[in-house]
Structure formats: C-alpha cells, structure tokens
Write a protein that binds this ligand. Structure first.
Ligand code: CAA
Length: 246
C-alpha cells in the first residue's frame, strides 16, 4: 500500500518534529507544516531525520485562506491527507489584569482557530474517502488552568469541546478525532518558564522527570494507527501522573 499522507502543524517544534519522526517511522509520508524554515535549518533537520519520508510546507495556521491553499498544495503535490495533527501552539503568558487583547487574540487564533481552519479543509475529503485520523494537541493546562495562562487554558480547553463535537459528526465516516494533553514536555516553550517554577513542577511530577517530545509522539502515533478505529472523542493525558483524573 502507498504511504498515507500525514500533516503535522507546528512541525518544526520539539513535539512536532518528534511526531513527524514517529509517523514517518510508522510508514506515513509526513508533511511538517510550520511558519517558515530556512533551507539550512531544513537541511539540518533532514540530516537528523536520516532521510525519513518527511517534507516541509509553510503555512500560517491562524489564517483561514492560507490553510485552504496549503491543503490544496499538499494534496496536489503529495496526495489526499489521511491524518491531521493540530500541534501548532504558542503562549503569551500574563495575569489577566495585565493581558492585552493582542495576547488573547494571538493565542486563541494560533492554538484554537487554527484547528477549525484546518479541520474545515480536510473533513470533506476524509469523509468522501471514508477514512481519517485527527489528533489535536491540547495541554494539561486545558484541564487544570494555570496562573497567568487564561488565554492558553481557554484555547486548550476549547480544543476538547471541538474534539468531542467533531468526533460525533464524523464517526460514521471512518474518521476519528481525539486530543492528547501533554504535561510539561522539554521544549522551547517550557524552557521559557522561570527556573524556580520549573523546579517546583518537576518536584511534583509523580514519575520524577519532565516529559520528552517522544512521550507525546508515541501517543499520537497510537491514535493515528488504522487499528485505533474504536477510539474517538477521547482526551489522552500524557503527563507523568501530574494530573490524574478519570
Ligand atoms: N500561584 C499563585 N500566585 C502566584 C503564582 C502562582 N502560580 N505565580 C505568581 N504568583 C504571585 C506572585 O507570588 C506575586 O505575588 P505578590 O504580588 O504578592 O508578590 C504575583 O502573583 C505576581 O507574580 P509575578 O511577579 O510572577 O507576576 P508577573 O506579572 O511578573 O508574571 C507570569 C506573571 C507571566 C504569569 C509569570 O508568573 C510566569 O511566567 N508564570 C509561568 C506561567 C506558566 O506556568 N507557563 C507555562 C508555560 S509552559 C506551557 O504552557 C506548556 C504546557 O502546555 C504545559
């Protein structure tokens, strides 16, 4: 069988790259979608990926019309998209009383509106073909909230509502829609958290370590497998036991 096409947004970040690698190793042809990548950065990434079947396409996921052209471009160059991993995300942390409308808008549009923008473009094709896997990368913050992250928590919680609703809409079409909620994972985003707070977080993680991008990639690849067809509308927390609930 030809490789299925998987798109990973935020594909050049820590979790994004690990997810691209895991999906390529699972025999997908992977499109790493991100804002931009210089040729030298992309060459370095490809070297580190040891020639896995991964390609780069630029897109601003917060822009609906760019998402439409992006999907057209990917499908004409590579083939129909079977898997969409909505992983692109940013933070603009700040307590609400100091938060500017621009900080709110940026986080909601990159983290949440992006999920609408891309799902809206791919669900028709997936439905016609009777097959699809959509995974939305949320966050533990969407489950617990966090001091200074009202914008980010709102976006990440919103992804769950979106996931559960779309899962119901497309269940009869062979499409599953799930979310993954990472805890604190080694990345540029968590490296920016003040050291004192990072030490506190690490001390409270039951498994005793910060997560690695591969911890998330493994969960995503599981949800993207053809065999995972009976799993839909769920949130899979991957947080080292930091937040345990049912
Ligand atoms: N709980 C309760 N009170 C807190 C607090 C907390 N977690 N953190 C700070 N405070 C208190 C401080 O003690 C201080 O109190 P006083 O005024 O009485 O002294 C007050 O709140 C103001 O604190 P700051 O000086 O830190 O306020 P600030 O405006 O300078 O900064 C902030 C606020 C930007 C939110 C900063 O605290 C911060 O960067 N926090 C980290 C936010 C965070 O956890 N981000 C996670 C990013 S990683 C991620 O998001 C990935 C993922 O999915 C998990």
């Amino acid at each position: 069988m030809n490789s299925r096409i998987a798109v990973v947004t935020g594909g050049l970040g820590a979790i994004g790259l690990a997810t691209c690698r895991a999906l390529a190793q699972a025999n997908f042809k992977v499109i790493a979608a991100d804002l931009h990548a210089s040729q030298s950065r992309w060459d370095d990434i490809q070297m580190s990926m040891k020639n896995l079947n991964i390609h780069f396409e630029p897109v601003d996921v917060s822009d609906f019309s760019q998402c439409a052209s992006f999907v057209q471009q990917v499908e004409s160059l590579h083939g129909p998209i079977s898997v969409l991993v909505n992983n692109a995300g940013i933070t603009r942390d700040g307590v609400l009383k100091k938060m500017e409308p621009a900080d709110w808008d940026a986080v909601i549009s990159v983290n949440l509106t992006s999920v609408f923008n891309l799902c809206r473009q791919v669900v028709d094709g997936m439905s016609e073909r009777g097959y699809g896997r959509i995974v939305n990368i949320s966050s533990i913050i969407g489950q617990t909230g966090q001091f200074g992250q009202s914008n980010y928590a709102a976006a990440k919680s919103g992804m769950h509502g979106f996931t559960m609703s779309l899962a119901r809409e497309v269940a009869r079409k062979g499409i599953t829609v799930n979310s993954v909620s990472p805890g604190y994972i080694k990345s540029a985003m968590t490296d920016a958290v003040p050291q004192e707070l990072r030490d506190q977080i690490l001390a409270s993680v039951p498994v005793g370590r910060i997560g690695q991008p591969d911890d998330i990639a493994r969960a995503v690849a599981f949800l993207c497998a053809e065999e995972s067809s009976y799993l839909t509308g769920v949130n899979l927390p991957v947080n080292g036991g930091l937040f345990i609930s049912f």
